[in-house]
Design a protein around this ligand. Structure first.
Ligand code: ZN
Ligand code: ZN
Length: 253
């Protein structure tokens, strides 16, 4: 099954969360043969989400299942505040993502100068320890772009399997799902998140996967999802995770 579980209907405030705008995403998803599309906008736009449009859109497009998630920018120490902010809402799933190290937005093209301040292995170690904290918080269902720290192609000297080893153990213990996020193929690193080595290790550890494009515009919905599915299949996966009201099911891949 082709699903796209990481779609930004609002983009970076480049679109509005309205039925006509979201319909463009859904129609692209149908054109890409998706059976499910999961909208997961950044949590900073939480108050701009129009939940009522989803009921209407699901009726209008019965041929594709709509899910509503949220991509949360995890910050250590903010777990309680986050829990309070999200308590009024019923999402199908939450993606936990690391976009900041301290107050440095390391994946933002305008802030790449920050890399010069780090030993590259320490940077990767610091990033993965933040992912581990996010996982251990127990607040999320899906690990967003697991190895995003490689986005600009600054690779560690040490093996990524060493650097991410305890993170993968934490994911395994937590029961979380890892997304195969195809956006990495379009970044300077030109590699999917997670890379093949990490994905093979996820499979070995029995960590489920889902598929995602991280589309911030309608035309990118479903982008390379079929390619990601092929990669998952080649690694050994035969199931893909989907979510409803924070409950995971596994469908045939
Ligand atoms: Zn993200
Ligand atoms: Zn995203």
């Amino acid at each position: 099954m082709l699903v796209d579980y990481h779609v930004h209907g609002i983009g970076h405030r480049t679109n509005k969360h309205t039925a006509p705008e979201l319909a463009k995403y859904i129609e692209q998803g149908i054109a890409q043969n998706l059976t499910e599309i999961g909208f997961a906008d950044h949590d900073e736009y939480l108050l701009e989400l129009d939940f009522s449009s989803f009921l209407y859109l699901q009726r209008r497009y019965p041929q594709i299942r709509l899910r509503l998630g949220l991509e949360v920018d995890y910050r250590p120490g903010q777990e309680k505040i986050l829990g309070q902010r999200l308590a009024p809402y019923q999402f199908d799933y939450l993606i936990g993502s690391i976009h900041f190290i301290g107050d440095w937005p390391f994946d933002h093209p305008a802030y790449t100068a920050g890399y010069a301040a780090w030993d590259i292995d320490e940077l990767h170690q610091t990033y993965f320890s933040l992912v581990t904290q996010m996982v251990r918080s127990g607040q999320f269902d899906i690990v967003g772009h697991l190895d995003l720290i490689k986005v600009f192609g600054y690779r560690p000297r040490r093996s990524v399997l060493d650097l991410a080893g305890s993170t993968l153990s934490a994911i395994q213990e937590s029961g979380m799902t890892v997304e195969i996020n195809t956006a990495g193929w379009y970044k300077p690193v030109a590699e999917v998140y997670p890379g093949r080595d990490l994905l093979e290790e996820c499979f070995r550890l029995g960590i489920p996967i889902t598929l995602s494009s991280d589309a911030h515009a309608a035309q990118d919905v479903g982008r390379d999802i079929a390619r990601a599915r092929e990669m998952a299949w080649a690694v050994g996966y035969r199931q893909v995770a989907v979510f409803e009201k924070r409950q995971r099911s596994l469908l045939p891949l």
